[in-house]
Each structure stands twice: as structure tokens, then as C-alpha cells.
Design a protein around this ligand. Structure first.
Ligand SMILES: Cc1ncc(C[n+]2csc(CCOP(=O)(O)OP(=O)(O)O)c2C)c(N)n1
Length: 348
């Protein structure tokens, strides 16, 4: 029968995901999960300083949206950015080194967790101010339309960020100018300790663009195949010249907001319900086993290999030196200004 799944792959949302692609998406989600766990461990050992926001539970969004995008589409995110930049293909040692404040970090050890950036990977951050990336994304969208390069801008924000005023100015302008932007709302149910229904009158966030004529879709953000299928639809809409679109991804973060959050505002049962019942990695694993392309033993083996690789990455990153002090003054101004630095002659 057509569209029947077998060991060669899975049909979903009018698409066929072959075994190789499924394997890749699985490994990438698991890699991000283990990477984040390692980052949490290193933070606990005080080897990572400053803020650190992990995305455990949200991996299907990082991987699924990337899978639907072109390599040269521009991505902008908030501060929960490690998973996204890894999915975009950045060198994980450089991302880990950035977390550890090392010279080989992806922004030379000067940005840390919240400020991942890579022009090569069309990844414009890593933004610490809630919602700041949204107006900036319009600039990327405008540039693409102006150049006619066919790129689409993917702009991620949280369910808290979606209440920022600048987000609505951006929805309006993006719609008015028909910019090729996909606004991805990662609705993980909480903005720090505030549950969505305590801060938002309209909790269906995909509807937030209605008065600006920005259409929206709600997506199960715990199902990576669904994320790919819907993101591809959204991308096609944005690229067609019809203007922006909102994708509300329903998801959950397993850890606290940041490393200093004991998450006492929600029950253990609630967290377990999402973890045990809706985990995106376990879900894909079940699907892969069901079609007979792998088994539990092989998956365990892959997990072991990924953990080993991440330990090696962490060791390599830790072995790097810290940035030279002079590096602090590089990248402050596009054109270094003589005498503008606190220490004379330290323009680096
Ligand atoms: C303009 C601004 N206001 C407040 C903060 C403090 N703050 C940091 S994260 C956060 C919650 C945002 O939650 P959400 O947008 O849902 O993203 P999530 O952390 O769930 O990924 C707040 C209020 C900030 N960084 N910037």
C-alpha cells in the first residue's frame, strides 16, 4: 500500500522521511540533549559562569525548523540558543568553548551562553533582552527581499517575549512590507516562573498576529516530524511573497528557567508528565523501532557514543586558554577609535 511505513522510512505530513534523515534528526536531538546536560554539569562545577539557559525538552524545535530551512536562511533567537546554533551546524567544540569563556569560543569567549553568533551559519544570535531579536529579524527579512536572494528569516521567541510591544510593531511592519519572515514562538508554558495563563489573556499564541493580517499555525513542538512538516509549509508561505507567518510550537522545558531556578512554581508530576509522555527523542525512537530500522540496543550504543564524544569536546574546550586581555577591546567598534579605550594603547 502506498504511504505505508517500513524500515526505509516514515511518511508524515505529506512527506517521506528516509531512514538516513530520521537517524540524523534523532542523533542531532540526542546530541543537543547530552550537550546541554554536560553544560549543566560544568555550570554546577563553576566552570561556566554567568547566565546559562538550557533547552532540554525543546530539541525537536531546534532540529525540526533547521531541517525545513535552507542553509543560508537567517536565524535569530533569544538567549536559549545552544541547541539552535548546534542544529545549524556550528562546531560544538566552539560552542562549548564559548560557554567556558575560552579563546576558541564561537565569539572568541566574549559572549557566553546568551550570545552565540556565527555569520558563517547565518545565525545572528543569541539575544539576552527579551524580544530584542524580533525587530532585528525584520532587517534581515527586508535585506532578503531587497536582494531577491530567496532567503527566509526564522525568528524565535518565547511565550513571555510575545507580550513585548516591539513584537507587535514588528508583526505590523513585516505584514505591511510582506517580509519573508517566520516568527517561531517556542511556547514552553512558562516565562521564568510565570505560567502562560497568568500573563496572557489570549493563550493561543498563533492567533497573536490576526489584527496585523499575520496568519499563524499551532504545532506539536514535541514531534520533530510535525515540526519539519509545518515549518516547511511556513517557509513556503514566507518565501512566496505573501508575507510573514507565526508558528506556535507547543513545548516544555524540563529544567528551570536558568541554572539558578529551582522551578518550585510547577509540580514534579507536571514535569514528569511531559518528560515521560511527550519527550521528542523517545517519541522518534519509538517510531524508528516500530518501522524496524533500529532497536533499543543500537540506540543505547549511539547514546553511549554521543556521550563519549561530548566528554571529549568538553575536555578539548576546557584545555583552551582564556582570551588574551587585549581581545576585550576588539569588536567594540567597527572602526577602532583612537583613545576610546579605557587603557591607552590597548586597541588590540
Ligand atoms: C526586556 C527584558 N525584560 C525582562 C528580562 C528578564 N527575563 C529574562 S528571561 C525572561 C522570561 C522570558 O520568557 P520566554 O520569553 O517565555 O522565554 P523562555 O525563557 O521560556 O525561553 C525575563 C522576563 C529581560 N531579559 N529582558
Amino acid at each position: 500500500m502506498a504511504n505505508e511505513n517500513d524500515a526505509t522510512g516514515i511518511h508524515h505530513g505529506g512527506r517521506f522521511f528516509d531512514a538516513e534523515r530520521l537517524s540524523h534528526m534523532h542523533d542531532m536531538m540526542l546530541f543537543i540533549r547530552r550537550f546541554e546536560e554536560k553544560a549543566g554539569q560544568l555550570y554546577g562545577l563553576r566552570k561556566i559562569g554567568g547566565f546559562c539557559h538550557l533547552c532540554n525538552g525543546q530539541e525537536a524545535i531546534c532540529v525540526g525548523v533547521h531541517e525545513a530551512a535552507r542553509p543560508d536562511d537567517d536565524f535569530l533567537t533569544g538567549y536559549r540558543d545552544h541547541g539552535h546554533i548546534l542544529a545549524r551546524g556550528a562546531d560544538p567544540t566552539a560552542v562549548m568553548a564559548e560557554l567556558l569563556g575560552r579563546a576558541g569560543g564561537i565569539v572568541n569567549g566574549k559572549g557566553g551562553s546568551m550570545h552565540m553568533f556565527s555569520a558563517e551559519h547565518h545565525f545572528a544570535g543569541g539575544n539576552g533582552i527579551v524580544g530584542e531579536q524580533v525587530p532585528v529579524a525584520l532587517g534581515f527579512g527586508f535585506a532578503s527581499r531587497y536582494r531577491g536572494d530567496g532567503r527566509v528569516t526564522f525568528c524565535f521567541m518565547g511565550d513571555g517575549a510575545v507580550n513585548q510591544g516591539a513584537v507587535y510593531e514588528s508583526f505590523n511592519m513585516a505584514a505591511l512590507w510582506k517580509l519573508p519572515v517566520v516568527f517561531v514562538v517556542e511556547n514552553n508554558q512558562y516565562a521564568m516562573g510565570t505560567a502562560l495563563n497568568r500573563a496572557s489573556a489570549e493563550t493561543h499564541l498563533y492567533k497573536r498576529g490576526i489584527s496585523f493580517k499575520v496568519p499563524g499555525m499551532q504545532v506539536d513542538g514535541m514531534d520533530v516530524l510535525e515540526v519539519v512538516a509545518q515549518s516547511a509549509e511556513a517557509r513556503a508561505h514566507a518565501a512566496s511573497g505573501e508575507g510573514p507567518i507565526i508558528l506556535e510550537m507547543i513545548t516544555y522545558r524540563y529544567r528551570g528557567h536558568s541554572m539558578s531556578d529551582p522551578a518550585t512554581y510547577r509540580s514534579r508530576e507536571e514535569v514528569d508528565e511531559w518528560r515521560a509522555g511527550r519527550d521528542p527523542i523517545a517519541r522518534l525512537q519509538r517510531q524508528m523501532i516500530e518501522i524496524g530500522m533500529t532497536d533499543a540496543l543500537q540506540l543505547k550504543e549511539r547514546d553511549r557514543a554521543i556521550k563519549k564524544r561530548i566528554n571529549e569536546i568538553a575536555r578539548a574546550a576546557e584545555a583552551q586558554p582564556e582570551p588574551e586581555p587585549a581581545e576585550m577591546w576588539r569588536h567594540v567598534y567597527a572602526q577602532p577609535i583612537e583613545g576610546a579605550y579605557p587603557y591607552p594603547g590597548r586597541a588590540g
